[in-house]
Design a protein around this ligand. Structure first.
Ligand code: GLC
Length: 574
């Protein structure tokens, strides 16, 4: 069992973000303090102990800014204020203060590609004439064809339908068109304008001055569009299967690099992030960080976002999109570490977020099944038990990898997607814009169950929840799992405690051979010199641990001391 390929350890004194575990809170759905059925900042503050007890290093909050909520807050009308649905600026301050008291860092979402159509700049653009400076902060163009009736080019919105909407001019005549890569109510900014750049630098300072520890940067690969806005021949989807997602597959052709699409991953985005990095660095120690949400292929292009003078982290969507197949997992881990090493950055790891079907549900289908963008009651249903078993094994594998990991609220409970959201209650604009062919992302956004017997399962003080909680969620509630041996919550707590104790995040990684093609096995040697042996068995044959291996934690029960199918174990190996 000689190690094959090896990745060097990080420095023992590596800054926090190089090995942090960061927990994503989706404010609408975590905890509701006022009983209106929508989560809020005071609700989050009141429940921060859960994160301390879980053992994460930081939380990332999806947007809570002033917003008409056309895309659940990713449509921002005021970047410097809190939407009344979620509370006030004072509530944000209180949240940051309390998190810091508990030793948790706070990362907020920044949405620079587009604003809401309710943003004062966009209102001003609509009121101003074609060619005005007000219009020039967005991407307005004249239409094609007789009377300008046709959109300026053939780009399609990520959410379905054309990426252009025509405005009615102040005098009532049909007028120009504006670009929106997402919903109609999310007009794209014109990042060629210094005023747009200055505005976002000011927004960064606003939140840094309030004490936040960093930003997750939404659609980081979209800000700059190719000059002349040329037609593009492919349809792109960001949120469905990975093959449709980061890689744009053109009718049977091989995948095309993302930057061939004239609105994704254009080189100019990097100037923006270099200036932001300098701004964050000026705040001194401890590091404040930037994390890119960039659905970019190939990985050599995506790691350009984390060069030393740019962002600190980028989500590793390749890992998220990898099927439950051992050799594919080995390949993606190896490739991700190589790619991150090539720019001196840590890799990140992620399995779930608010845009994808939760991994406990995804893994309840046969490996290789196309990942759906949402699941309805009439669709083929996942095997929930199998999904959970694999999800626990997948998480135990992920948390053993060097670098930084992201968790999505509820995954520590083994929560599945709701596949029971009635169509009339769906809120994700993808459902409507795709004409219902895509169910959208509501299923992974259903409010969290805290107490199995309370109204709204403890999400809030009333029965109200903005999306219905399926009955089965009661059995996943925190109070059903806390202190219960073998529960998913206790598994996460154990993994996170051990991860710290044996300094997994800054460790080295060497794959171990000899277990056969269905097993992912490696040694992570931490700075504390403990050698952690990790064995994930994806095949039907139970595998034995080597002699002398001292079992630390297992994602599921062993069979006669052997690691059974869909199980991951951590052991100390002298
Ligand atoms: C990002 C967000 C997603 C949102 C989109 C548009 O992908 O994660 O939720 O809909 O950007 O802002």
């Amino acid at each position: 069992m000689a190690p094959t390929s090896a990745h060097a350890p990080d420095r023992a004194d590596a800054p926090w973000w190089r090995h942090a575990v960061i927990y994503q809170v989706y404010p609408r759905s975590w905890a509701d303090s006022d009983g209106d059925g929508i989560g809020d900042l005071p609700g989050i503050t009141a429940r921060l102990d859960h994160l301390r007890d879980l053992g994460v290093d930081a939380l990332w909050l999806s947007p809570f800014y002033t917003s008409p909520q056309a895309d659940a807050g990713y449509d921002v009308a005021d970047y410097r204020d809190v939407d009344p649905t979620f509370g006030t600026l004072a509530d944000a301050d209180a949240l940051i203060t309390r998190a810091h008291e508990l030793g948790l860092r706070v990362i907020v979402d920044l949405v620079p590609n587009h604003s809401s159509d309710a943003h004062p700049w966009f209102r001003a653009a609509l009121a101003a004439p074609a060619g005005s400076p007000e219009r020039d902060r967005y991407l307005f163009r004249d239409g094609k064809g007789a009377g300008g009736d046709l959109p300026p080019n053939n780009w399609e919105s990520v959410f379905g339908g054309p990426a252009w909407t025509r405005v009615t001019e102040p005098d009532g005549t049909p007028g120009q068109w504006y670009l929106h890569l997402f919903d109609t109510r999310q007009p794209d900014f014109n990042w060629d304008k210094p005023q747009v750049r200055a505005e976002f630098e000011s927004v960064l300072r606003f939140w840094l001055d309030r004490g936040v520890d960093g930003f997750r940067v939404d659609v980081a690969h979209g800000l700059i569009k190719k000059a002349g806005l040329p037609d593009h021949r492919a349809r792109t989807h960001m949120l469905g299967d990975t093959e449709d997602a980061a890689v744009h597959v053109l009718d049977g052709e091989s995948p095309e690099p993302t930057h061939h699409t004239p609105y994704w991953d254009q080189d100019g985005v990097h100037d923006v992030y270099r200036s932001w990095r300098a701004l964050l660095d000026s705040y001194g120690s401890p590091d404040r960080i930037l994390c890119a949400e960039a659905w970019v292929e190939p990985q050599e292009r995506s790691v350009r976002y984390i060069r030393p003078d740019e962002m600190h982290q980028a989500f590793n969507f390749d890992f998220l999109g990898t099927p439950w197949v051992a050799e594919d997992l080995v390949a993606v881990i190896d490739r991700s570490l190589d790619a991150a090493d090539s720019v001196g950055a840590p890799s990140t790891w992620v399995l779930s977020n608010h845009d994808v079907v939760r991994h406990a549900t995804r893994l309840g289908y046969a490996p290789g099944t196309k990942r759906p963008n949402g699941i309805g009651a009439e669709d083929p249903q996942p095997d929930r038990e199998l999904g959970l078993r694999r999800a626990r094994a997948a998480t135990a594998l992920m948390l053993a990898l060097p670098g930084s990991a992201y968790l999505y609220q509820g995954e520590e409970l083994g929560l599945p997607d709701s596949t029971e959201v009635p169509d009339e209650l769906r809120e994700d604009p993808t459902f409507r814009r795709s004409g219902g062919t895509e169910k959208g992302r509501d299923g992974c956004r259903v409010p969290i169950p805290w107490s199995s017997a309370a109204p709204s399962l403890g999400f809030g003080p009333t029965h109200r929840t903005w999306l219905p909680q399926p009955a089965v969620y009661a059995s996943y509630a925190v109070d059903r799992q806390a202190g219960v041996e073998g529960s998913t919550l206790e598994l996460y707590r154990a993994l996170l405690r051990l991860r710290r104790e044996v300094s997994v995040g800054t460790g080295s990684l060497a794959f171990v051979e000899g277990y056969g093609p269905d097993v992912v096995a490696f040694v992570n040697e931490g700075v504390s010199r403990s050698r952690l042996l990790v064995v994930a068995n994806l095949g039907p044959e139970p595998v034995a641990l080597p002699e002398g291996a001292d079992l630390l934690v297992s994602s599921g029960p062993l069979t006669d001391g052997r690691v059974p199918m869909d199980t991951t174990v951590w052991a100390l190996w002298p």
